[in-house]
Design a protein around this ligand. Structure first.
Ligand code: ASP
Length: 349
């Protein structure tokens, strides 16, 4: 029998491969409902935990994820916050890193675990990776110190054997079970025979400060990747898009870009119009250091700010989050230099 003080976890099923079955007629993967998911993981009943569930109806492929659904997830967590020790979100892998990043900003003063997981193979398939991902995520979401504090009070992604900080994570593989990496921050835990927590890497929370949920986003943003041969008319059209408020500029190496005068002029004009431009490297590992090469210095002069070692997913969602709060471009630039939820390693320009 489950005692009332036993760990409690809310499972939120949004969709994704983990809960899909093959349509015999078309061969395509389609979502099925949560009861079927539970039938396929009878191990869930062996947990001595209180596990409740909430299901998105209909479940979605995560390619259809959007800020309104992030707000829905935050509402579900807010509504159930006092009643559960932790939350596990079953989510498609394709946009999981965006959702994890967005939630890390939206759940201010989080003191409970929010663990996103999914799978590469549907849970009904014999070789599925979904069962282990789900079971270990539940265990992590329920892990507490003897005084009742959560071991991992963060938004994380658990996949294959790694627990990663959500806003540091990127999907890197569409084939292997080991689909996610956090290139610039080490794992918070590794799951083998035991779940080995790296306590000093995990964010410290203060459960006495109430969790403060946020719901607003402004999606007038774009990711602009530079490449040899990029054309002036195209960059000009992107930067002059009506309503555009922020750009994630994906540059080379340690944050370098072409020195062509038209390129620097277009960026400068855009920042002067109040568009916030954040420099992120196309290299997944390492830090933007614009003062290192002349090609980066031009960007600094044009008003471009550093994204340090952030992921694209985290910079994009943070910009949408800050813009949603109606901050001025200068306030947004200041906030982009300050980690809100451990999303980048602070370094000098
Ligand atoms: N297309 C699926 C999704 O992201 C892939 C997955 O779940 O792994 O929803």
């Amino acid at each position: 029998m489950i005692k009332p003080d036993y760990p409690s976890v809310l499972l939120i099923y949004t969709g994704g491969t983990i809960g899909m079955i093959e349509n015999p007629a078309t061969g395509a993967l389609e979502a099925f409902n949560f009861d079927q998911l539970q039938e396929n993981v009878p191990e869930l009943k062996r947990f001595n935990y209180r596990i409740s569930s909430y299901q998105f109806t209909p479940p979605i492929d995560s390619s259809d994820m959007e800020p309104a659904l992030w707000a829905k997830l935050v509402k579900i967590i807010q509504y159930n916050y006092e009643n559960f020790d932790g939350f596990v979100i079953l989510h498609g892998t394709d946009t999981m890193a965006y959702t994890a990043s967005a939630l890390s900003f939206m759940l201010e003063n989080l003191s409970k675990p929010v663990i996103l997981t999914g799978s590469q193979l549907p849970i009904g398939v014999l070789r599925t990776d979904g069962k282990e991902n789900l079971i270990t995520s539940i265990e992590i979401a329920a892990a507490k110190y003897p005084d009742g504090r959560a071991v991992v009070p963060e938004v994380c992604i658990f996949f294959e054997n790694l627990l990663l900080r959500g806003n540091r994570t990127t999907k890197i593989n569409a084939e292997n079970f080991n689909a996610f990496r956090s290139f610039n921050y080490p794992p918070l835990a590794t799951a083998g025979i035991h779940i080995k927590y790296e306590y000093d890497r995990i964010r410290k929370a203060n459960p006495d400060i109430p969790m403060h949920p946020h719901f607003v986003f402004d999606t007038n943003v774009i990711i602009l990747t530079i490449f040899p041969g990029i054309q002036e008319n195209i960059v000009s059209n992107v930067l002059n898009t009506p309503g555009l408020k922020a750009v994630v500029l994906k540059t080379y190496g340690s944050g370098n870009a072409p020195q062509k005068p038209w390129f620097i002029r277009l960026l400068k004009e855009a920042t002067e119009r109040g568009i916030v431009i954040v420099n992120i490297s196309q290299c997944p590992t390492g830090m933007v250091e614009m003062a290192r090469y002349e090609t980066g210095l031009h960007l600094l002069d044009a008003g471009v700010i550093s994204g340090y070692d952030s992921t694209v997913e985290s910079v994009l969602t943070k910009l949408m989050f800050l813009l949603g709060h109606g901050l001025t471009p200068q306030q947004i630039r200041n906030e982009m230099h300050r980690p809100i939820a451990g999303e980048f390693t602070r370094a000098e320009l």
